[in-house]
Design a protein around this ligand. Sequence first.
Ligand code: MV4
Length: 493
Amino acid sequence: MINRILVANRGEIAIRVMRACRELGITSIAVYSEADKDALFAKYADEAYFIGPAPASESYLNIKKIMEVARECRADAIHPGYGFLAENPNFALACEQQGIKFIGPSSRVLELMGNKVAARCEMKKAGVPVVPGTDDCITDFKLAVNIAREIEYPVIIKPAGGGGGIGMSVVYEEDALMVALESSQAIARNTFGLPDVYIEKYIENPRHIEFQILGDSHGNVIHLGERECSIQRRHQKLIEESPSPALTPKLRAEMGAAAVRAAKWVNYEGACTIEFLYSDGDFYFLEANTRIQVEHPVTEMVTGIDIVKEQIHIAAGEKLSMKQKDVKSNGWVIECRINAEDPLNKFAPSPGKLRGYRSPGGIGVRVDSGVYSRYTIPTIYDPMISKLIVWGRDRNEVIARMRRALYEYIILGVKTNIPFHKAVMENPRFIAGELSTHFIDSEQTILEDMKRIIEREKPFEDRLSQVFDERKRIASIAAVAAVQQIYRSKPET
Ligand code: MV4
């Protein structure tokens, strides 16, 4: 039985986990840093403990301190959220040793999947398609030359120690291989403490399609369908959707079966994501994410399944509450990540005080957030304000609804990427479902569209700033009035 869960994370994901706890009658316990004294998650929790200074290394990454609190407050289990310690085998091991249930896979699986060369190797053995490439780390330059010749240029060099694009380098010809290898190894050594790199055939214009997996401690594994996350910037996902416009039922079944095979092969317990590159009807295993992901609500909204609750049931040793045939995808879902960043200044972080805040609502709209009106977004952590997740019966309806919701969203005091999302929701290629991981770079008009949208909204924003004055109490009414005026002055299409 799990009665008390310590949430070793902050922000919206901490609240997301605590909401599941509340529905299950479980006591939620927050840990918070100096920078999060006013944060919503620390107030939402049933209990909250201060764990240290603002830098994550001294608080949210401090295994010793968090385990100390977990012992003192008699937590049965720890939910790590995403980021921070979520995929740290040492943290999972510390939990295992102290008899506190880590809500996630075993330290052994974290270790295995954390090494991308080992993961690739296991997936090959499991019969999951991988990109042509090396089965081992590159030990010498001659070997690298031979392998690259065999798989043919372009190739991509990747660090074994980490995903996320850091230290990756695309090589188009043999002359550039040596320099690229050395630079990747240097970056890998510095960032992951492991210089090992490996080589794969470079897939030029792929889509990123990932499958949500649930596995219980009795060996049952199912998938909850896919999410397409092709719209990214610098390896940061900005928009995710389900289903993927690229998949046919046949491909979905094949990729889903491969993802289930992958998880079964390592006896996966908990929720995880199997990432694939997809191009021209072919798909290749990329990485396994051994945690709850930022974009998990997309799957929740399209299947109706509460993934965090399932994680908790699985951690308690229960069997999955549904079988593969019970999983049904209904309609279409899009998620936009709303960040405090300046879209006209290369999306530089723009933290600060939210002088006015009103989130959208209505049918089919979900907002997962850790902020509130007049809250100051700390500079020291990532600048995500919220995730706006919208459901529609089909893709056209969900796009129209997302646009509607984006225009209802009032955020004053910090710059946000909402204009970017508005521009994408009216982009012809996006509307046609023609996505790829190079979408943002290849759509030249998005920047111009954003500028036009921002210009158009300036007068309303100035007026809104006045009515959101702290002494006034009519902010919501003003917001609704402004929405109508802004939304109606759409571009002449
Ligand atoms: C690739 C690739 C093309 N070919 N591997 C980037 C982050 C990491 N998760 C894997 N990444 C890629 N690996 C091969 N063999 C292209 C990318 C890639 C990418 C992947 C998913 C989403 C966005 C991306 C943006 C640029 C490159």
